[in-house]
Design a protein around this ligand. Structure first.
Ligand SMILES: C[S@@+](CC[C@H](N)C(=O)[O-])C[C@H]1O[C@@H](n2cnc3c(N)ncnc32)[C@H](O)[C@@H]1O
Ligand code: SF4
Length: 489
């Protein structure tokens, strides 16, 4: 592996990518969904096999429940959004969807029922578009699948500020949620207009106040690198969000891609330059640190706190859980953690084992609501595309996730994968150290300075040779990989 990353390969890669817009900040993981293919075996087969692994080491599971709907905007999809979603056409479509969701929950009963729930995340789309009575109803599906929902785990519901009214937040809290993640993007009433959203700063602050009233931990998503945004606008937003008392901030760099309105030449012309984005990243970081926030990932910031309750509110178990999906104790691997996804466009990530011949995979539910419902009508799991990991992919997925936290623990890597991370990517580390983008200690490789900003590019670099191989490979099927764990059902 190390021989493949020659000095000139690394230097050429960085020289080519350094001044391009960084991507992958939001839709991250190795390999990205662009590399996934339809699975040609029934999902039941994979789930049976997973049950075999689960019997060897019980899984801690982070459950994601997907919602398809979003309020229509002009431009479409808030102008910038790269996530799958469907237009909200009224409550009857929502009620139909909930009935399908229930069906899918029931299908997983034989496979997921004995897992331990570690956190729950209702994402989308716009999950706070439901009526108050729906939150408890969907939480009940979770309860039935897992035979109860532990009281003390994190349960997050995501949504847009203008839909978090008092009746809903009361219902959300009564349904057992203890955390709200609000997609605000911009607090400036003029700049938010580029998204076509009818959202005002007043609505944002009212929603945050209601979260406090119902004792819901709250997190706010803000985006930098937005059309016509200046460093001053960005700092004003951060300052105001902090004054409102948010427990956690997600500060994403705008990801510009695909057919979004922001990717059109007219809007691109309004975007800050890459140099300004780098400046924004550094200035925002300095400011947030000065205000008592601690950086947890390339873009996540938690308010430092003294009491256990406030520490809990600033933390974010669901998002953080996969940054280290291998539990270790006294240097020994205990077990892997998993993501189980149910609902439209939900992702299942099953790193089942860490030996060279263990089988792991990731797959995503249908991203067209029509296909999602059709599959369930046909009695099938509504899975669209997925990816089977080879051993190298599991290692890359682990490195990729660690990099999100801006430090890779090379001692842990060596214990898990029985090889040296330092020598496997020697030329990469040499180049990054020369650029003062990393420092290597006895324990970890820490990303510093602009090395942090460039983490998405560096994740792509580390995966690049394997990705080329994947691009060239024929469609990967379950049959292509030898079965090593016997199915249990
Ligand atoms: C998929 S949205 C779902 C939540 C909710 N519908 C909303 O809009 O806030 C989750 C978050 O992803 C982020 N996001 C979506 N598209 C993005 C992009 N192109 N660049 C940066 N962040 C993006 C936004 O900050 C958003 O709050
Ligand atoms: S940003 Fe949120 S509300 Fe807008 S289209 Fe994406 S998921 Fe929907």
């Amino acid at each position: 592996m190390s021989n493949e990353f020659s000095k000139s390969y690394v230097q050429t890669f960085i020289a080519r990518e350094e001044f391009r817009r960084q991507s992958n900040k939001v839709l991250h993981g190795h390999p990205s969904p662009g590399h996934w293919k339809p699975l040609d075996e029934p999902v039941e087969y994979l789930l049976d096999e997973r049950s075999g692994y689960a019997m060897r080491s019980e899984f801690d599971v982070n459950l994601y429940v997907g919602t398809p709907f979003c309020i229509k905007t002009k431009p479409a999809r808030c102008g910038f959004c790269l996530f799958p979603s469907e237009d909200y056409e009224g409550n009857s479509g929502v009620e139909d969807y909930i009935a399908y969701l229930q069906k899918e929950f029931e299908m997983y009963k034989p496979f997921y029922g004995s897992d331990h729930l570690a956190s729950i995340y209702f994402g989308g789309g716009t999950p706070n578009l439901y009526h108050p009575e729906h939150y408890g109803q969907i939480m009940e599906f979770v309860d039935q699948l897992y035979g109860g929902v532990p009281a003390d785990i994190e349960k997050t519901l995501e949504g847009i500020p203008q839909l978090f009214n008092e009746a809903k937040l009361r219902a959300i809290s009564e349904a057992g949620f203890n955390r709200v993640s609000m997609g605000v993007q911009q607090l400036n009433d003029d700049l938010i207009k580029y998204s076509g959203r009818r959202q005002t700063r007043k609505q944002v602050f009212d929603a945050v106040d209601l979260c406090h009233k119902y004792n819901l931990a709250n997190s706010m998503d803000l985006i930098y690198g937005w059309p016509e945004q200046t460093v001053e606008n960005m700092l004003t937003d951060l300052k105001d969000a902090i004054s409102a008392g948010v427990n956690h901030l997600t500060h994403y760099e705008l990801n510009v891609a695909g057919r979004s309105d922001f990717a059109t030449p007219k809007k691109r012309a309004l975007l800050p330059t890459i140099e300004t984005n780098i400046e924004m990243y550094q200035i925002a970081g300095d400011f947030l640190r000065s205000q008592g926030f601690e950086q947890v990932t390339v873009y996540d910031w938690s308010r430092k706190a003294d009491t256990a309750e406030d520490i809990r509110k600033g933390s974010y178990d669901y998002e953080h859980s996969m940054h280290d999906f291998v539990e270790q104790e006294d240097g020994k691997v205990q077990r892997t953690k998993q993501v189980c996804g149910i609902g439209y466009a939900a992702v299942n990530f099953h790193p089942n084992g860490l030996d060279a011949d263990d089988r792991s995979w990731i797959y995503m539910n249908q991203t067209s609501l029509k296909n999602y419902c059709q599959d369930l009508d046909d009695g099938k799991f509504p899975v669209g595309r997925g990816f089977m990991y080879n051993h190298q992919d599991v290692k890359l997925a682990w490195i990729f996730q660690s990099m999100q936290t801006m430090a890779i623990n090379h001692v842990n890597y060596e214990q898990i994968f029985q090889e040296s991370l330092i020598s496997a990517y020697e030329e990469v580390w040499n180049e990054l150290a020369n650029r003062k983008w990393i420092v290597i200690s006895d324990v970890d490789i820490q990303f510093i300075g602009n090395g942090q900003y460039y983490i998405p590019m560096l994740q792509s670099l580390i995966a690049s040779i394997r990705l080329e191989e994947i691009r060239n490979a024929k469609k990967l099927t379950v049959k292509d990989i030898p079965v090593v764990v016997e199915a249990t059902a």
